[in-house]
Each structure stands twice: as C-alpha cells, then as structure tokens.
Ligand binder design. Structure first.
Ligand SMILES: Cc1cc2nc3c(=O)[nH]c(=O)nc-3n(C[C@H](O)[C@H](O)[C@H](O)COP(=O)(O)O)c2cc1C
Length: 293
C-alpha cells in the first residue's frame, strides 16, 4: 500500500528527531518517496545532511533562501504529498498548527494544504498532559487530523510517563492503515492463530511449532481494511498487534470457548490456528516424577 506514495515528513525540534532517521530508512525500504521539512530547532538535533543522504531529495528548512523561492516550496511540497507526517511533533508546532500560525516553512506548508496530517507527538509528560497541548490536539483531531498515541516510560528528560514518540515500525503501521481502502468496514472478523498447548502436569505440556505469523498477518490486514478484528491466539512469541483486540488462550478447549463467545456476532471466522490434535488423557495435578521406566 505504501509503494509509490509520497510522504512529506516534517521533523520538529525534539530529542526523538534521531528516531526519524530510522523512520526514513523504513519508508525508503517500503519504496516511499520521502520529502523532508525540518524546523530550525530540529536541525539542532539531527543534521539535514542525514535526511538528504537517506532520501536522495533536498531537505527543506528555510523559506526565504533564493533557491527556496523558485518553486514556492510551501505550495509545491504540500501539493505533491499524499500525506503529511509530523514526527516528532513538538508541543510548540502542534500549538502553532492548531492556531493557524505560519511562521516557518513547516507551519506555512501545512496551512497551505488540505491534506490530512498524521502527528507523532513526542515531549515531556508534563508538556503532553498540559491543558494547552490537550486542547490543541483536540482542536486538530476535530479537523480530521490523526494523532498517534505516544508510548509511556522513561523519557529522555528522566521523567516517567506518556510522551515517547511512537516507534518507527508503529508509524509505518499507521501509514499502512491510513492508505488501505476500508472495504471491510462494518464487518467483524474472528481470527485464530498460533499453536495451542495441552498440559501433561503442572510443568510439562505438548505443543507444536506453529508461530502464529499467518494469523497475526491476517489480523493486521483485516484491521487495515477497516474490519473489527478479534484475534484469538495460542502462545506465540510475536508481539500482540496494536489496536487489535487480542485474546490469549492456552488449550484447544480455551480457544474453542473464546471462539464460541464471539461467533454469533461475527461475519467472518478465519481458522488459521494450529490447535493440537491430541489431549492428555490423565492430567496429573502434581509433577510426574522421573522414573527409569
Ligand atoms: C534538549 C532539548 C530537548 C527538547 N525536546 C523536546 C521534545 O521532546 N518535545 C518538545 O515538544 N519540545 C522539546 N524541546 C523544546 C523545543 O525544541 C522548543 O519548543 C522549540 O521551540 C521547538 O521548535 P519547533 O516546534 O519549531 O521545532 C526540547 C528542547 C531542548 C533544548
């Protein structure tokens, strides 16, 4: 879905600007054309040369250079873009855009565009939870713009809380979601995935080598296509997909019970799990002792 698209990546002045290099690398791997605008503050964290080299496109920072004026860049960049992605998005830039301020190339380009904007906010938790930022984000959401929920944890400033920019892989997922036509909107899909296990005693069980990859990929695809997805998965080493209701089960009976709960309300059931064909006849409540026979 991303192949051949043009993403206008706007980078603002936060510590997370270093993650934008990884993001560009992932976008290029997906055959996306990437134009980059950086604010002056962003250039204090990462150099434009990094992004210029990675994107093979000129990186745009100022508005008033003689070269910048030839194409009236704030108009041409906005027109070329399939989507505008601001990652990281500082509290300052979010506030400016919410209030229609156009005092640098980024904010002027955004104001000159009708395109949907995807924001990946990154800031200290106090800034993120500040009523001014919350109100600014609400204002932008009400205009149809999209905010990726930042992660929680230890931030660069040492504080613990929300404000970590979404990981580049999550941002790529969000772009995939954005560009995928929603031809399963209104449909509810149950997908089973992975192996099941059957316990022998409290410490041992039998299982199989199913990874769950097929079911997880299907879940992502249906989610991207607008379906409400319920993923019912046996033990798998895969990360549970973001934004998809995931029910974790162990045994084949657990999986069947979970499917039965949702079956009547679903439109499609995809059985991609590899439930065990065998069950232990006499489960032992205590660990079976080692014996020579
Ligand atoms: C070391 C350092 C780190 C900063 N990190 C952030 C940040 O993560 N998020 C944020 O909103 N502002 C951060 N700021 C403040 C912004 O750089 C500042 O508000 C700046 O005016 C943003 O400009 P811009 O929105 O035009 O890029 C940081 C400032 C410094 C000095």
């Amino acid at each position: 879905m991303l192949k051949g698209k043009t993403v206008l990546l706007c980078i603002t002045g936060g510590i997370a600007a270093y993650k934008s290099a990884d993001l560009v690398s992932k976008l290029k791997k997906a055959d996306v054309n990437v134009d980059v605008i950086m604010t002056e503050a962003a250039t204090k964290f990462v150099t434009p040369l990094t992004f210029q080299t990675m994107t093979q496109n000129r990186v745009h920072v100022g508005m008033f250079g003689l070269e910048d004026e030839i194409n009236v860049e704030h108009i041409s960049l906005a027109q070329k873009a399939d989507v505008i992605l601001i990652a990281p998005a500082t509290a300052n830039t979010i506030a400016k855009i919410a209030n229609g301020i156009a005092d640098n190339l980024l904010t002027t380009t955004v104001l000159a565009s009708q395109a949907r904007i995807i924001f990946a906010p990154a800031m200290n938790s106090t800034m993120y939870l500040h009523v001014a930022t919350v109100e600014n984000m609400e204002k932008l959401k009400s205009r149809g713009h999209i905010f990726l929920k930042p992660g929680e944890g230890r931030l660069a400033c040492g504080d613990i809380g929300p404000g970590k920019m979404s990981e580049p892989a999550e941002i790529i997922d969000a772009l995939e979601y954005y560009f995928t036509p929603k031809d399963f909107l209104g449909k509810k899909v149950i997908i089973t995935a992975g192996p099941t296990i059957e316990p022998i005693d409290p410490v041992r069980y039998i299982t199989n080598h199913s990874s769950g990859k097929m079911g997880y990929s299907l879940a992502n695809e249906f989610h991207n296509r607008g379906a409400e997805v319920i993923l019912i998965t046996g033990p798998s080493s895969l990360e549970p997909p973001l934004n998809i209701e995931t029910i974790k089960v162990n045994t084949t009976q657990d999986m069947l019970d979970a499917v039965k709960i949702h079956f009547d309300s679903c439109d499609i059931l995809i059985k991609s799990a590899a439930p065990l064909d065998y069950k232990v006849e006499n489960y032992k409540n205590e660990k079976i002792k080692k014996s020579s026979d």
